[in-house]
Design a protein around this ligand. Structure first.
Ligand code: FES
Ligand SMILES: [Fe+2]
Length: 360
């Protein structure tokens, strides 16, 4: 029997996936090396932003829309620490104040573009998209291994045509690996092993420890473990909303840490628009640092392949969602993590400063 569910007359159903942005948060805006003396444009939370470095190397972020006639500043030119609009020559300082209007001796008092607080930590540049008064650098998530030269680090960045919440749902429920990634990292162990879930303030943790699991194709290639079974752990720590980390341990069944292969992946999730998301990914390996070419040719390619499998699925999902964002959804056991992040996210939406208030 099919049950058809329709909202009651007058009832406005809430979208299944949160659609609003959390503004009062640090998001990864870029890799440190992307911000140079050449202005760089990136859209973040629906805002066009221009990034550049001042002469002393400090990174700067301004709205990429001239206060005069909205021309993008990113196609203008730098003059020392200042940026000159390429349309009619308004000049802005690195704090966003307009300091010169060609052809007149005064600058209108309201002539300024918004500047965004930035924090540079290791390879990441984080941007605060909310009320600048609330920007507190001590709340940038601590990720100590990203500074550790004993790990081998691989970076990539993809902009996926799918809403942010779809990426989080995908990452919080790794049982999809069995199916979406069946040819690369999936096996039946994932979907068959129950998870543990806990919430600690703004952090949601999901753990899945598989003992005596099958060795998936990609793992065979880069661990050299081809016989028998493995212990495979996946421990997720998601700092809602912008920073998801996955800690992976793979070892021959019953072996200790000395024989284990560790991988840590930071997925920085930065909405571009309501329907697209920047995925900025740092993959760190406890192995392979003596074989950079092998890492580049084997591990990087393997991770790119997995990301491509997710990208295809996520973009199909985005196209498949009803326009009002509401449909009859069914959740099962392995959705616990997926439901918890939505709850924490909605709580945080309710705590936004009034200036950023967005109604879902
Ligand atoms: S649009 Fe920038 S100076 Fe006119
Ligand atoms: Fe995936």
């Amino acid at each position: 029997m099919t049950t058809i569910s329709r909202p009651r007359a007058g009832a406005v159903p809430r979208a299944n996936l949160p659609e609003a942005f959390i503004y009062d948060e640090w998001y990864v805006a870029a890799w440190a090396e992307e911000i140079t003396r050449a202005p760089m444009r990136r859209i973040i939370l629906d805002e066009p932003i221009v990034f550049y470095r001042k002469v002393d190397g400090t990174a700067t972020a301004l709205i990429d829309r001239c206060v005069h006639r909205a021309y993008p500043l990113s196609v203008g030119a730098l003059d020392g620490d200042k940026i000159v609009c390429g349309y009619h020559g308004f000049v802005y300082d690195a704090g966003g104040a307009c300091v010169l209007v060609p052809g007149q001796s005064t600058v209108p008092r309201s002539a300024a573009v918004r500047a965004f607080p930035l924090v540079e930590r290791g390879p990441f540049v984080w941007i605060w998209m909310g009320d600048p008064e609330r920007a507190d650098a001590s709340t940038v998530p601590e990720l100590p291994w990203i500074h550790d030269g004993a790990w081998h680090h691989i970076k990539d960045l993809a902009t996926i045509k799918a809403r942010y919440a779809l990426l989080v749902d995908n990452l919080m429920d790794l049982s999809h690996e069995t199916f979406i990634h069946g040819a690369t990292i999936g096996s039946m162990d994932i979907v068959e092993t129950p998870t543990t879930t806990e919430t600690d303030g703004n952090i949601v943790r999901v753990g899945r420890h598989m003992e005596g699991a099958e060795i998936p194709a990609n793992f065979k290639r880069y661990t050299g473990l081809t016989d028998g079974t493995i212990d495979r752990w996946q421990d997720i720590e998601y700092h809602v909303p912008a920073c998801y980390t996955l800690h992976i341990r793979v070892a021959p069944r019953g072996a200790g840490d000395d024989q284990a292969f560790f991988t840590k992946i930071v997925y920085a999730l930065t909405p571009e628009t309501k329907h697209s998301t920047h995925l900025i990914r740092l993959i760190s390996k406890s192995f392979g640092h003596n074989q950079p070419e092998w890492v580049a040719s084997t591990i990087s390619r393997a991770h790119t392949q997995v990301l491509e499998e997710d990208r295809v699925a996520l973009e199909l999902l985005e196209e498949n969602l009803p326009a009002d964002g509401h449909w009859q959804e069914l959740s099962v056991n392995f959705d616990r993590g997926g439901l918890q992040w939505r709850r924490v996210f909605r709580q945080r939406l309710g705590q936004q400063s009034e200036a950023n208030e967005t109604i879902e």
